[in-house]
Design a protein around this ligand. Structure first.
Ligand code: ATP
Length: 267
């Protein structure tokens, strides 16, 4: 499949049955008029090097992700995945372009030991709810529901230091869900996990999207096998969004790439 066949506007119009773009833009972002949870348009990001020169990290990246779906953000080391995710999380400001992400949004970090801060699972998931002025019963109900969504109901009183890496990631995701987060931005959560923890976390994310409230997840990964759990994927190289589409179209494209590379080095 050629890259041109799956450019962003064609994918957006296939998914949403509309032309791209169909919305008003303001200088600080994008006003969303369709059922998109995440939209980035022509996003660029550069840093200023010590010699004062601008070093481009992202070049004119566009993507759109429908509500209620799990999408993967894939690409080789250093292509800009985490930078793009941080822009979507509001942790970095793009040098150019417009971004819309449904609120509240939550960024979950790679290292499971950086995720959990309280002594028990229950206290950790409840931690972020302090700002909402909820009753004790409301807190309890949100914590229970969120832990159920990630398959951790039986761990309510567990000291967090006794959890595996994947269980810590699931507790962190439960914390975001308890806060009624609409968008989960997940940065290479499975990097430090063994295979069973890895699958447990992906399934927990998938399950957390199937509830009544529409939660959307964007998952950064290196692992192609994780694509099978996704509803869609964005593939990046060298600071560019190269392709945006269904997992099978991305997989086909990557297989073609790998086989042409293999043919070149081993004719
Ligand atoms: N603050 C910074 N200063 C200098 N270079 C940076 C900075 N932030 C990112 N970069 C560079 O930008 C490029 C993209 O980094 P980024 O972390 O977004 O890539 P990535 O695709 O997430 O990589 P990985 O898969 O290895 O985590 C890399 O070459 C990185 O070294």
């Amino acid at each position: 499949m050629s890259i041109a066949a799956v450019t962003l506007p064609s994918i957006c119009s296939q998914i949403f049955n509309c032309a791209f773009p169909v919305r008003a833009t303001v200088s600080t972002g994008v006003t969303n008029t369709s059922n998109l949870a995440i939209e980035g348009r022509n996003l660029s990001y550069a840093i200023t090097a010590k010699n004062g020169k601008l070093v481009p990290i992202l070049n004119d990246c566009s993507l759109c992700i429908p509500s209620g779906q799990l999408w993967m953000l894939l690409g080789p080391n250093g292509c800009g995945k985490s930078t793009l995710l941080k822009i979507l999380a509001g942790l970095l400001n793009p040098t150019h372009g417009a971004v819309y992400v449904k609120r509240p949004r939550s960024f979950v970090f790679q290292n499971p030991d950086h995720q959990v801060v309280m002594p028990t699972v229950e206290a950790d998931v409840a931690f972020g709810l302090g700002k909402f002025n909820l009753t004790h019963n409301e807190v309890k109900s949100r914590v229970t529901k969120a832990l159920h969504a990630v398959g951790m109901s039986d761990y309510l009183q567990r000291p967090v230091q006794t959890l595996s890496g994947g269980q810590k990631q699931r507790v962190a995701i439960a914390g975001a869900l308890a806060e009624s987060c609409k968008v989960l931005l997940l940065d290479e959560l499975t990097t430090f996990l063994d295979e069973s923890d890895q699958i447990g976390v992906i399934k927990a994310v998938k399950n957390s999207l199937s509830g009544s409230e529409e939660v959307t997840a964007l998952w950064v990964t290196h692992r192609l096998e994780e694509l099978e759990y996704a509803d869609g994927a964005v593939y990046m190289e060298n600071g560019n969004v190269v392709m945006h589409g269904t997992p099978s179209s991305i997989m086909g494209f990557l297989k073609e790439r790998i086989s042409s590379y293999t043919n070149r080095i081993n004719p």
